[in-house]
Design a protein around this ligand. Structure first.
Ligand SMILES: CC(C)(COP(=O)(O)OP(=O)(O)OC[C@H]1O[C@@H](n2cnc3c(N)ncnc32)[C@H](O)[C@@H]1OP(=O)(O)O)[C@@H](O)C(=O)NCCC(=O)NCCS
Length: 171
């Protein structure tokens, strides 16, 4: 099995063309938008690479956003403003050759830990994502994300306080 580098920010010299997660829309986004957004500070993409070849094995993208209070679970709607700040886990993908080897788990844990750390300085309710299909919803459910049935975008969310309770970024 390939040895992986620690998570690091996407670099302009990384070979994004060679990356293939099996979903055209995400491959295209990675090739066309990931680096431009990184330069503009619109989103931050973190990559894991094969230490031997330098190939990108997987990436995860975080930015900030907000969600309308009415789309949150009922219990979370009380005493909150009309819109609630979130971190947006916009993209998470693993190259086909490395899928089912725990790479997405590592990237997700990295992103959730980062979110908890940043939330200690910048207020945030939770980490939100927009799964592309039912299979991917199942993937996120394993990691504590819950459905937001009232949200027309069918987002899923995991609350920062639940991540804290589960020991993310405990030390
Ligand atoms: C979905 C995706 C990110 C999973 O990556 P991965 O590296 O293969 O996942 P991991 O090996 O880290 O798996 C972690 C856990 O999720 C499970 N899992 C992996 N893919 C899954 C899927 N498609 N559906 C449900 N569960 C899944 C694994 O069985 C594992 O569970 P376990 O620890 O209990 O055995 C990857 O298949 C991918 O890049 N797909 C194309 C892009 C995509 O759809 N991204 C989702 C963004 S909406």
């Amino acid at each position: 099995m390939a040895r992986l580098s620690p998570p690091r920010p996407l670099d302009g010299t990384d070979d994004r063309e060679a990356f293939d997660c099996g979903r055209d829309s995400m491959n295209q986004w990675f090739r066309r938008n990931a680096w431009r957004n990184q330069q503009l500070g619109i989103s931050r993409t973190t990559v894991l690479c094969d230490t031997e070849t330098g190939a990108i094995v997987g990436y995860v993208t975080l930015s900030t956003g907000q969600i309308e209070r009415e789309f949150l679970p009922k219990a979370a709607q009380r005493n909150t403003p009309d819109t609630v700040p979130i971190f947006l886990l916009g993209q998470l993908a693993v190259d086909r050759r490395f899928q089912r080897t725990g790479v997405a788990r590592s990237l997700l844990f990295y992103a959730l830990k980062t979110s908890v750390l940043v939330s200690r300085q910048v207020g945030c309710f939770g980490v939100l994502t927009h799964p592309l299909d039912e299979e991917v919803r199942g993937f996120y459910r394993r990691f504590g994300f819950e459905d937001l049935p009232g949200d027309p975008k069918r987002s899923m969310i995991v609350r920062i306080k639940d991540l804290e309770r589960n020991g993310f970024a405990a030390n």
